[in-house]
Design a protein around this ligand. Sequence first.
Ligand code: AMP
Ligand code: MN
Ligand code: MN
Ligand code: MN
Length: 308
Amino acid sequence: MTAPLQDPSAALQACASYNPAVHLINADLHCHSTRSDGTLAPQALASRAKAGGVDLWALTDHDELGGQAAAAQAARDLGLSWLSGVEISVTFAGETVHIVGLGFDIDDPALVEGLARTRAGRLQRARDMAEGLARVGITGAFDGAQRYVGNPGLVSRTHFARWLVETGVCSDTGAVFRRYLTPGKPGYVDHRWAGLGDAVRWITGAGGIAVIAHPGRYRFTPTEEYALFSEFKAHGGEGVEVMTGSHVLGDARKYADMATEFDLLASRGSDFHSPGESRTDLGALPGLPDALRPVWEALAHRVQHPAP
Ligand code: AMP
Ligand code: MN
Ligand code: MN
Ligand code: MN
């Protein structure tokens, strides 16, 4: 685990030139609240981040900024440094890719509008998913999933997964995804999310930095993956997650190399969703390799620091 610094604000402010101390900041820049598919409210997440030794925190709900003000306030109250965050659903080469945005203006009209459009199809998709499940004998899934939804505009596969565990169809959410909610399975519905260029421009247009989330999770061929990284850069994307709860050690090594090859900033985030479900807790990941430049160094001017 990364050793927390006594004074992360001072280290961030001092990092205009290369500063190894920036690597020792325990930054966790990816997690989810009840505003999307997490089970903790923003305040409870902030407390858990604090307890986990996090110095610099971002809440990155799927396609949604409704938790940002509460996250900023909780961070202030707890003495955490904070960056705004979001995780945007994108369709690229027929696959869903997630783009994390960090350090943007949460009131930017084009970003707010773009996210509203990205969320818009989720309700119909949920109805279609329930129909697919009904065809294999699982009835009532739409209403069942709704019981887990914390934000009516943001129903996700995760809410279906929790209900399917509750009803005993599967023993854990991972099994639900494997059997019912991934491509080719009865509850999976193809969906068209935002375009890669749109998502990157919404984030950069709002003053933030766009980051490719958990690249090790996508099932791309090497050619498709190269295209993702090249096009992401061409659109103005600047970062990639290297240390994430979704990567095994081999992924972290591979994407550390890709960060160097594509001259990208590196990010670190647990992707924490829920105490009972998430493998990696807030603040618990290893630090970034020294050779990479942390994304939070480039975002020092966007950090909300705790009161001294
Ligand atoms: P959605 O945006 O509705 O497609 O839901 C995507 C979310 O489902 C991700 O952010 C994860 O939280 C969750 N998810 C995706 N794949 C899996 C998996 N194999 N096991 C557990 N959760 C998953
Ligand atoms: Mn999720
Ligand atoms: Mn994701
Ligand atoms: Mn996530």
